[in-house]
Design a protein around this ligand. Structure first.
Ligand code: SF4
Length: 73
């Protein structure tokens, strides 16, 4: 899983930071998103998806980078 923040779309709404403060912060000067953790751990997945859903401009992109995840049943 990989998180990216598109600064050309970000409007500094801060929803991503509210949903996942461990993964995102905002630039002190511009207010735009700063991705703190580009490759979140397994237990950060839900927060990452929640942040993507919460972003009003779809600036947050979460992509699965299927590694060796054994999905189980
Ligand atoms: S929620 Fe979206 S628009 Fe708001 S700060 Fe985060 S990335 Fe930027």
């Amino acid at each position: 899983m990989r998180i990216t923040g598109d600064l050309s779309k970000c409007i500094g709404a801060g929803q991503c930071v509210m949903m996942a403060p461990e993964l995102f912060t905002q630039d002190e000067d511009t207010g735009l998103v700063v991705v703190l953790v580009e490759e979140p751990s397994e237990n950060q997945r839900e927060a990452a998806w929640a942040a993507q859903m919460a972003c009003p401009t779809r600036a947050v992109a979460v992509t699965e980078t299927s590694t060796t995840d054994a999905a189980g049943s």
